[in-house]
Each structure stands twice: as C-alpha cells, then as structure tokens.
Design a protein around this ligand. Structure first.
Ligand code: KG4
Ligand code: ZN
Length: 338
C-alpha cells in the first residue's frame, strides 16, 4: 500500500493546531492554546483570530518538522471548514488553501463535529474502536450532540442542545461561583471532595433527545444569590458541595438522554468526544452504565478529545482515500451542519 502523508489544520475556536499523519497514524500533533481569553472569562473572537494569525505558521512548521518530513512529501492538506468562529476559521482556511495550491496537492475540507467523532479511528486513539453503527456523544465548550454514526460519512444528529453546550454549563456555573475560566476542570476536582446531593438543582424538561443547559445556570445564579443574602460566606463555606451538586445534575441530564437514545435506536456502542469527556464524574457514570444499562463506551486518548488537528488529519486521510477533495472556491462555514 501507498504511504499517504496528510497535514491537518484546526483553527475553529481558540486553539491553533496542526498535525501530520501517515496512513492514520499520528506523526506529530501540535496545539497552541490561547491564554489571552482567560483574562476575559471566555473566548473573544477578534483576539482569537489575531492569535491564529500569529500562531499558524510556526505551528504548521513545527508539525512538519516533528514529523520528520519535508512539506513536499505531503499528499493533501486537510482543514476545518466549520462550524466555528468565522474570524478563526478564515485563518486556517486561507492558509490551507494557499499551501495546497502552492504544493499542487489536494485540499480536503473537514467538518469539525465529524472530526471529533472520527478521532476514534486514529491508530493510537484507544485499544478498541467503536463498531458501526454507534452513538457518538460529543460534549465540549462549544457543542453537545448525540449522533447516530452508521459509517465514516453517514451520520445523523439525533439530539443536540437547544441553547448552551455542556462545557458552557460548567464554565458559566463556575463564573457565578467566582472560579477562573475554564471552570470545568476545577469543578471536577472540587466535586470529588463534595456531597453531590447537598443541593438540588432542577433538571430541564426538553423533548426527545435534545438538551438544554441555560436554565441550570440561571437556577444556580438565583440559588447562590438567595443563599448569599442569608450568609455572605455561603459560597466559600460550601464550594465543594455546590460543585459536586452541579456536576451531579449535569451527569444526570446526560445519562437520561443517553439511556433514551440507546433505547430508541437499539444501538449500545457509545463513543465519547469533546473536552468535557475529561470529566471524571462523567467517565465514571459512563463506565457504570456498562453493567447497569448494558452499553459499551469508547473514550479516546485525551489529546484527541479536546480540539486538535490529528482529528482533522484522520478525516482528511479518509476523504483522500475516497477522492473526496474540496471543490474550487471552498469557503469557511461558521454554521456548517453534520
Ligand atoms: O473540546 P474543548 O477543549 O474545546 C471546545 O470547547 O471545543 O472543551 C473545552 C471545555 C470547557 O468548557 C472546559 O470547561 C471543559 O471542556 N472541560 C471540563 C473538564 N475539562 C475540560 N469540564 C468538566 N470537567 C472537566 N474535567
Ligand atoms: Zn471542538
């Protein structure tokens, strides 16, 4: 078989990333995370775009260097077309187009959500690959979806958030509690030390397999305001219990919908993606569901769950083998659907 080298480029949000892949195996995987947004408690699109412009050349250069190849060895350039922030996507898109044009090799446009799912097929992503058909639960700061995956390129969104993403539920709750951004990892850490049943937050009522998280954030805000009026030190005195209770509620919401998705589709293989899948409580709940609900879960290596370019390269590689090259004049697409 021929050796196919693909360069993947990801710039949809606040991480500038590049990866070189040989036949599905990662040779390099570089991510430059933008620290600037921590100051603002969230991603500032204009600053993200500017940072991508500064990072993209050195990041791509480093990825090619670490792979131990020359750029003329590349067979194709894969890039994130969407969904994401327009200003951020434009940097990766323009760069990928000019590089592919300059090298006279095919351009491969990649859907970021599809990439989170197909990251499971990177050679060293995990010991076992999910078999088709499977359900993909993609949970991050920007997305919350349940997708029915019948094949590499046959996917159907069967549930998604109607407002905030799960990661936003963690981050916005954390902001109310005075935690830094992103708050997810700290809530996770504190939740381990707290009582998940100390406080009760109402779960949203959403039809079918869809999710809603904005009500939870408002509920937490009112709860904290009420309690702080009686006791100004309420947050400080109960922080671990509050974090544990918030996380417990979020896990409950996710598991309810997963159980329902498994029941409705009859599919019992569940593949997880997105930065929130790092959450230890969610991982434990998924694992215990294997005996309780009879499903099997697949979680790839951490570096392939958060935003990265190896997941873009694997989709590029699969598309390259299918000759699914980008059309002339391809543009970034902030609201690209699966
Ligand atoms: O996939 P990701 O790195 O970037 C995108 O949003 O696309 O995900 C980042 C999100 C943030 O909202 C962050 O708070 C959350 O993942 N996160 C966590 C944990 N680690 C990261 N949330 C809960 N528990 C964690 N351990
Ligand atoms: Zn993502």
């Amino acid at each position: 078989t021929e050796n196919i080298y693909i360069l993947g480029i990801e710039s949809s949000c606040d991480d500038t990333a590049a990866s070189v892949m040989l036949n599905g195996t990662v040779l390099s995987n570089i991510v430059a995370s933008q620290k600037i947004h921590e100051t603002y408690g969230g991603v500032v699109p204009e600053l993200a775009s500017r940072a991508h412009q500064q990072n993209i050349v050195p990041v791509v250069h480093e990825a090619i260097k670490q792979a131990g190849i020359a750029k003329t060895d590349l067979h194709g350039v894969a890039f994130t077309r969407g969904p994401g922030l327009m200003g951020s996507l434009l940097v990766g898109t323009s760069f990928a187009k000019s590089l592919a044009f300059g090298l006279q090799i095919p351009l491969l446009d990649v859907n970021h959500m599809q990439a989170h799912i197909l990251a499971h097929f990177i050679t060293d992503a995990s010991s076992a690959k999910p078999p088709f058909p499977f359900l993909a639960l993609t949970i991050s700061g920007g997305h919350t979806q349940i997708v029915k995956v019948s094949d590499y390129f046959t996917m159907e969104v069967i549930g998604e958030t109607i407002d905030d993403a799960v990661g936003e539920a963690f981050d916005k709750s954390g902001k109310i509690l005075g935690l830094g951004y992103p708050a997810g990892p700290e809530i996770d850490k504190r939740a381990k030390l707290g009582n998940p049943k100390a406080f009760k937050f109402t779960k949203p009522k959403v039809d079918g397999l869809n999710f809603s998280f904005s009500g939870l954030k408002t509920g937490i805000l009112y709860f904290v305001q009420r309690e702080t009026k009686n006791n100004p030190n309420f947050i400080a005195e109960n922080l671990n219990d509050i974090c544990a209770s918030i996380q417990y509620t979020i896990i409950g919401i996710l598991m309810d919908k997963l159980k329902r998705a498994v029941k409705e589709t009859g599919i019992t293989h569940i593949a997880i993606g997105g930065g929130v899948s790092a959450n230890s409580g969610i991982r434990a709940a998924l694992k215990s569901g294997e005996t309780k609900f009879g499903w099997t879960t697949y979680i790839p290596k951490f570096e392939y769950t958060t935003d990265n370019a190896a997941m873009i390269a694997i989709v590029g590689y699969l598309k390259y083998k299918n000759s699914q090259f980008s059309l002339d004049g391809i543009t970034a697409s902030p609201r690209l659907k699966l």
